[in-house]
Design a protein around this ligand. Structure first.
Ligand code: GDD
Ligand code: MN
Length: 363
């Protein structure tokens, strides 16, 4: 029989925290029918083995193991969809969220059948963040402000990763979630729209005792991409927006190199355009891998293999580029205009073939 509550715990290298967390949940949820689902993204420290060992001892612990890192938000979504309980909660696996407010969240749902979400909040009266530096507080505040751009309702702590919702609501929203990055709550609320009914319950964010934080600089970019997706994704595919943005950077490189060789060094236009295009293409390869195709980014040997494929696929684009730019230049166009024109036509080709063959979007 399904429990009342599923507690979803996303984990990445949290082995020493598994048993202490379960002990705390046992205490906080005494008398409640609940289960825990750990969603692990191929931790290297034996986290899944630890969860499996605990699960062998007790009936209310389950494990979802995923291979190939796919991020915090999607881990939470998979956990929610694996539940059959009436309510699902998400809590960090590192003891930083105060599980003792879970009964208050449950009580909020018991008192109001129309409630969609109960959120553990650090920024309503009674909540707090422990010993955070001024810098970390500022970053968190700034990120929250940005988050408000996409929020349909006021929310004091949109960056919270600690909340409870009705599973039916999660199921209904799941197909429309951005699922990028790590701000799953923001994603849920933004997708739910202005009709969403939520309540914030204060708690104090604890300092981490064991293991280390995984959410560093890389997640800042994930967050910005998710916001951009939320803001403009319904009109333009965010991948194309990112591709164009990276293309602008590439074009800047292109013109700088072209200017350097053609104007300063006095190199002929076509050879200079060739060198410039080669440089810009290489810069663009790494930029696109890190940003545009971030969700499928290549690393190590695959990154180099991808570069070779990229050069092969782009060689036709480069040929078109040189033809277009060269003939424009011959007809009297300024070097920078001819150079840009060639680069744009070449880039269009490169986007099409690389999306189709290199970073192929897996279904
Ligand atoms: N499955 C999975 N996959 N789990 C992950 C991943 C991932 O890619 N990245 C992080 N986790 C797990 C961690 O193991 C931990 O249990 C939890 O997600 C949060 O990661 P931390 O690295 O501890 O993040 P934090 O302390 O900087 O931020 C957390 O607290 C903030 C404040 O409430 C996160 O929950 C934020 O979402 C939250 O806003
Ligand atoms: Mn943490």
């Amino acid at each position: 029989m399904s429990p009342l509550l599923t507690v979803i715990v996303p984990t990445l290298n949290e082995r020493p925290n598994i048993r202490p967390l379960l002990a705390k949940l046992d205490q906080a949820l005494a008398g409640v029918a609940w289960e825990a689902i750990f969603v692990d993204d191929a931790s290297q420290d034996g986290t899944p083995d630890e969860v499996a060992a605990v699960a062998a001892e007790r009936p209310n612990v389950r494990l979802i193991e995923r291979v190939g890192r796919r991020g915090l938000s999607s881990a939470c979504i998979e956990g929610m969809l694996a539940s059959t309980a009436k309510l699902v909660a998400v809590i960090d696996g590192d003891l930083q969220h105060d599980e003792s407010i879970l009964p208050r969240m449950l009580a909020a749902f018991a008192a109001d059948s129309a409630l969609d979400l109960a959120i553990g909040s650090r920024f309503v009266p009674g909540g707090g963040v422990g010993e955070w530096s001024a810098g970390r507080l500022t970053v968190s505040r700034f990120a929250s402000q940005l988050g408000r751009l996409v929020l349909p309702v006021p929310l004091a702590d949109p960056m919270s990763g600690f909340f409870m919702l009705r599973r039916e609501v999660a199921r209904r929203l799941a197909p429309r979630l951005s699922a990028r990055g790590y701000k799953i709550l923001l994603d849920l609320v933004a997708t739910a729209g202005p009709g969403v009914k939520l309540v914030e319950i204060p708690y104090t964010f604890r300092d981490r005792q064991a293991g280390e934080s995984k959410l560093s600089s890389r997640v800042v970019l994930d967050y910005l991409i998710m916001l951009a997706d939320r803001l403009v994704g319904q009109w333009v595919p965010i991948r194309f927006v990112l591709f164009v943005a990276m293309g602008m950077v590439g074009l800047t490189f292109h013109l700088a190199v072209l200017g350097l060789f053609h104007v300063l060094v006095g190199q002929g236009f076509r050879p200079a355009q060739f060198i410039a295009a080669g440089t810009a293409m290489t810069v663009n390869y790494f930029l696109n891998n890190a940003v545009t195709y971030r969700d499928q980014r290549k690393q190590g040997a695959a990154l180099l293999r991808g570069l070779v494929v990229f050069y092969l696929l782009c060689s036709a684009g480069l040929y078109i580029n040189l033809e277009v730019a060269g003939s424009a230049f011959d007809k009297g166009a300024a070097w920078w205009f001819a150079g840009t024109l060639g680069a744009l036509v070449g880039a269009l080709w490169n986007f099409a073939v690389n999306t189709a063959f290199n970073w192929r979007v897996q279904a």
